[in-house]
Design a protein around this ligand. Structure first.
Ligand code: NIG
Ligand code: FE
Length: 392
């Protein structure tokens, strides 16, 4: 299939054309075309040189991009926290305490309810251009509820993350150490089969650095790779723990010391995943993206879609916030939401449209990627292909 007459084709193509090692820097072709076959990108270049194809889509000068890669989302939950949000907008601060109300609702929900909510959010994401997403557990916090959360997540994505260490559940109020043992022991044993990643909320009020290290180590010995919720609510050890564990990503990064920035910059591949919809929804200061970029840190943007701190599934909103509030350029933000997310998930097949990449492609109802920030809040996703098949 050929999409031609593309005003701007964002490719982020790997610089090393021989192997699809990982997405390259932001890259775009004007007046372009892309050919997809058997679910993969097989050709990109100037429209005037496009090869013939069985099927042709005329983009009419519109922009075509890789689908968004949303590398951080909590989609397995029941209930909602609209009142908590309203109270926050009336002046109350965000605290992780609200997580417990979602835990209670999630435990009480049937598999069918959780599956329906997950499907609804997945569909929302897809129609807004997200073709790859990560999904965490973390609202079950018992062995069976974490295991079923992950089994449900695995039905809808390959990027499944075990977050038994989200918060200490109420029944362990006086026995946090016992809960960490459970997370590292029986719960992990029941969960590892469904997950690729292990995550921990390393924050005051959640888990300290030693607990976080224990969780990541246990996860790794069960074959899971590390990612960390780090430095969201205040300065702390999360980023250092993440880098030390060679985590794929340190997420949030809202409060960073110079040492944290240095650690990320000299890490062997720990991405800083910024979640600007959280700061939007919690009225916290935005992460200092420019400081990270100036230091050479790889930056991703993700939604953190969850019912508490960020109830949006919209990567276009995250791009607009990254540009407007974190002073990223439009190319930096779009790269971070596509190729950056792929790096954060250690995926070489998504986040770019180099030859050999998955044909996960979105077309905007706009001539340039910059419209994602220039026209905030406007539904700009005109079409979505996943594995070369049009799905929206
Ligand atoms: O990533 N920080 C911890 N977890 C979520 C918030 C979850 C919630 O408030 O329900 C986050 O922001
Ligand atoms: Fe999160």
């Amino acid at each position: 299939m050929l999409i031609t007459n593309i005003g701007e084709l964002v490719t982020n193509a790997p610089r090393d054309a021989v192997s699809v090692a990982s997405p390259g820097p932001f890259d775009a072709i004007a007046d372009a075309a892309v050919v997809m076959d058997a679910g993969l990108v097989v050709w990109t270049g100037p429209a005037s040189q496009a090869p013939a194809a069985d099927e042709l889509v005329d983009a009419g000068g519109r922009a075509v991009l890789p689908g968004f890669v949303d590398s951080h989302a909590h989609l397995v939950f029941a209930g909602e926290r609209g009142d908590e949000f309203a109270a926050r907008m009336a002046g109350l601060p965000y605290s992780a305490g609200g997580i417990r109300s979602t835990v209670a609702a999630t435990r009480a929900a049937s598999d069918a309810e959780l599956r329906a909510n997950l499907a609804k959010l997945g569909r929302e994401m897809l129609t807004q251009g997200t073709t790859t997403f990560e999904c965490k557990s973390g609202y079950g916090l018992t062995v069976p509820d974490e295991a079923r959360s992950l089994a449900l997540a695995a039905e809808v994505t390959a990027e499944v993350t075990y977050l038994g260490a989200h918060v200490v559940p109420p029944e362990f109020d006086d026995a946090a150490a016992g809960y960490v043992d459970l997370v590292c022991g029986d719960m992990l044993a029941a969960c590892a089969q469904y997950a690729r990643w292990v995550d921990v909320f390393c924050e005051r009020g959640a888990f300290g650095p030693d607990e976080a290290r224990a969780v990541l180590r246990a996860g790794e010995s069960a074959g899971l790779q590390a990612r960390v919720h780090a430095n969201q609510l205040g300065p702390g050890p999360g980023v250092q723990v993440a880098v030390e564990a060679e985590a794929a990503s340190a997420d949030h990064c809202t409060f960073l010391s110079d040492a944290d920035v240095d650690a990320l910059a000299s890490s062997g591949g720990t991405v800083a995943t910024l979640l600007p919809a959280v700061e939007f929804s919690t009225r916290q200061p935005y992460p200092e993206a420019r400081r990270l970029l100036a230091a050479g840190v790889t930056v991703a943007i993700a939604s953190d879609c969850n019912p508490g701190s960020s109830f949006t599934s919209s990567m276009p909103l995250c791009v607009a916030l990254a540009v407007r509030e974190m002073r990223m350029t439009t190319t930096e933000a779009v790269w971070a939401a596509t190729a950056g997310g792929a790096h954060a998930l250690r995926r070489s097949d998504v986040g770019h449209l180099g030859v050999g990449a998955r044909a996960d492609v979105i077309m905007l109802d706009a001539p340039s990627h910059s419209y994602l920030a220039y026209r905030p809040g406007v539904p700009l996703i005109a079409a979505v292909w996943r594995d070369g098949v049009q799905v929206a």
